[in-house]
Design a protein around this ligand. Structure first.
Ligand code: RP5
Length: 159
C-alpha cells in the first residue's frame, strides 16, 4: 500500500511533514513530491496520470493561495484525492480552502481543514482500511486511545 503526497512548494513542507508522521505511525508507505499546478503543470499531470501504475492507491495534495493542485491531480487520476488547503498567504488560508474544496461535480477532492495535515493522514488511513483490515484494526485502536485519553482528562477535573 502506498500514498502519493504532492505539495505545491517546498514551503508547504512544515504542514506536509505532519501528514507524513501520521502515515509513518500507521506503517503506511508514502512518497512525497513537489509539483505545482501552475509552475510545473506537466509534471503534476504526468504524476497523477501514472500514479496508479506506480502502485499508488491514494493521493494527498497540499497547496496554498490559488490552490488548484488537488483538483488538477484529481482530473488526471481515478484514485481518491485528499486536499490540504495550506495557510500560506495574507488571506489566512481561506483562499486555499475555497480553491481546494469548491470542485465541480464529477471531480471530487476530499478537503480537510486549513492546515489539517493530521486529518489528511487519518482520512487516508480510513480510506485504505476498507481494503486493508490491519489498518482498520489500528485505526480502531487509535480512536479507542483518543477516547480513553479524553476520559482521563475529564476525570482530572473531578479530583
Ligand atoms: C502555492 O503557493 C504553494 O502551494 C504554497 O503554499 C504557496 C507559496 O509558494 P512559494 O511562493 O513559497 O513557493 O503554490
Amino acid at each position: 500500500m502506498k500514498v502519493g503526497i504532492v505539495m505545491g512548494s517546498k514551503s508547504d513542507y512544515p504542514v506536509v511533514e505532519r501528514t507524513e508522521k501520521i502515515l509513518s505511525d500507521f506503517g503506511v508507505e508514502f512518497e512525497t513530491h513537489v509539483f505545482s499546478a501552475h509552475r510545473t503543470p506537466k509534471q503534476a499531470a504526468d504524476f497523477a496520470a501514472g500514479a496508479e501504475a506506480h502502485g499508488i492507491e491514494l493521493i494527498i495534495a497540499a497547496a496554498g493561495k490559488a490552490a488548484h493542485l488537488g483538483g488538477v491531480l484529481a482530473a488526471y487520476t481515478p484514485l481518491p484525492v485528499i486536499g490540504i488547503p495550506v495557510k500560506s498567504s495574507t488571506l489566512d488560508g481561506l483562499d486555499s480552502l475555497l480553491s481546494t474544496v469548491q470542485m465541480p461535480k464529477g471531480v471530487p477532492v476530499a478537503t480537510v481543514a486549513i492546515d489539517g495535515a493530521e486529518n489528511a493522514g487519518l482520512l487516508a488511513v480510513q480510506i485504505l482500511s476498507v481494503k486493508y483490515p490491519e489498518l482498520r484494526k489500528q485505526f480502531t485502536e487509535y480512536k479507542a486511545k483518543m477516547e480513553a485519553d479524553i476520559v482521563a482528562i475529564d476525570a482530572e477535573f473531578r479530583k
